[in-house]
Design a protein around this ligand. Structure first.
Ligand code: AQP
Length: 348
């Protein structure tokens, strides 16, 4: 990012209202390999937002340690995620692309907001309940207060729009509640963010259990397609996708597997589900799965190619996240100054 762009973005923090540009924030936690669900439900939708808005895209590494991570693997994954963000089409000349842990204000604001969030509210969070069941040996306080850190991520940048999959809707709602509560006590400190959830593809399901969400931390790699999977692997995984015994390529009740594949095809190609369904109505499941697999291979091919190109230029990737974090720190610092002043801390 050029010096001028940096100056533009910093100034824009206070003036983005006047410039009528909206601020966008979103992120993915590096808890596994970036998967088709994350891509279709979130990252792919970030790309077109860059032209009209001021965007902050973060690899939310601090969130990932709510579940135990191997340090060496985590370090590699963080870099891979950031590189993949660029490979997916995020443009360092338009957006800030950085690591959450490089902006200490995320954790600072999270502490403040913890004091404005109730235990009862956090105990109702679906993700906390699900992850507590999955990791019964490690139900840590960070897992419980995850939504508060997420609220801090968003509110820190005076965010207007948060493009996410449907599973994050509840977390967005609590971020709004916390922001309104804080504003109610101290005046207009935070902008109230709005979730942007895609109409189709907001919840891509597991290929092995189509009643559950496709997740990057799934222990069964056949359950997901990783964005960097090779074409052969994508085809194999798609062929082994669980469907039903009814044999009809139709969207409907009790057809979770087929519904999921129709959705994936529709989002991958831009063709509506109705028209996809009509076109494949006479195909057997084997042939239909091949069509879906090929659409996904073509969708992900340019991402994979760009990723391997970028891997050859680690200095460039480093310059992106370093410069972006410098700007993000400035924007975040302004909100933190305001917050500390409002709550009664002495200015340094
Ligand atoms: N299956 C999905 N379909 C559509 N969107 C999805 N997202 C996640 N899974 C799907 C969206 O991807 C973004 C990043 O998610 P996250 O990393 O913050 O955590 P998550 O929602 O818990 O995603 P995972 O893949 O299921 O991670 P793990 O396995 O670590 O729990 C979000 O916008 C999310 O909505």
């Amino acid at each position: 990012m050029s010096e001028n762009k940096e100056a533009d973005l910093t100034a824009a923090n206070t003036e983005n209202k006047a410039a009528k540009k909206k601020r966008v924030f979103s992120g993915v936690q590096p808890t596994g390999r970036l998967v088709l669900g994350n891509y279709l439900g979130a990252v792919k939708n970030w790309v077109p937002m860059q032209d009209e808005n001021e965007c902050c895209f973060c690899v939310v590494d601090q969130h990932s340690i709510t579940v135990r991570q191997d340090p060496k693997e985590l370090r590699q994954r963080c870099l891979d995620f950031l590189t993949l963000y660029i490979a997916c089409g995020l443009d360092p000349d338009k957006s800030l692309i950085y690591f959450q842990s490089h902006v200490p204000a995320h954790a600072q604001l999270a502490w403040v907001l913890n004091c404005y969030t109730y235990m009862g509210e956090l105990s109702r969070m679906t993700q906390f309940k699900e992850k507590s069941l999955k990791h019964q040996d490690n139900i840590n306080a960070g897992l419980f207060t995850y939504p508060v850190l997420m609220a801090a991520d968003i509110l820190l940048y005076q965010t207007d729009l948060v493009p996410v999959g449907i599973d994050q809707k509840q977390h967005l709602e609590i971020a709004q509640i916390i922001a309104k509560r804080f504003n109610g006590a101290y005046g207009d400190v935070f902008r109230i963010p709005e979730a942007i959830i895609p109409k189709v593809g907001a919840k891509i399901m597991s290929l092995q259990d189509p009643t559950s969400k496709m997740s990057k931390s799934d222990v069964n790699p056949k359950a997901y397609i990783a964005v960097l999977d090779e074409p052969d692997t994508i085809i194999k995984k798609m062929k082994s996708a669980v469907t039903d015994s009814d044999g009809k390529v139709e969207y409907g009740d009790g057809k979770d597997g087929i519904n999921n594949l129709l959705t994936i095809y529709s989002v991958a190609t831009g063709e509506s589900i109705e028209s996809t369904q009509a076109r494949f109505a006479n195909l057997g499941y084997g042939d239909f799965k091949m069509q879906v697999a090929e659409a996904v291979v073509e969708l992900l091919r340019p991402v994979r190619e760009k990723y391997y190109d970028l891997k050859k230029n680690e200095d460039y990737v480093k310059s992106v996240y370093t410069k972006s974090a410098d700007v993000a720190n400035k924007i975040a610092g302004r909100t933190m100054d305001k917050v500390y002043k409002k709550i009664g801390f002495i200015a340094r």
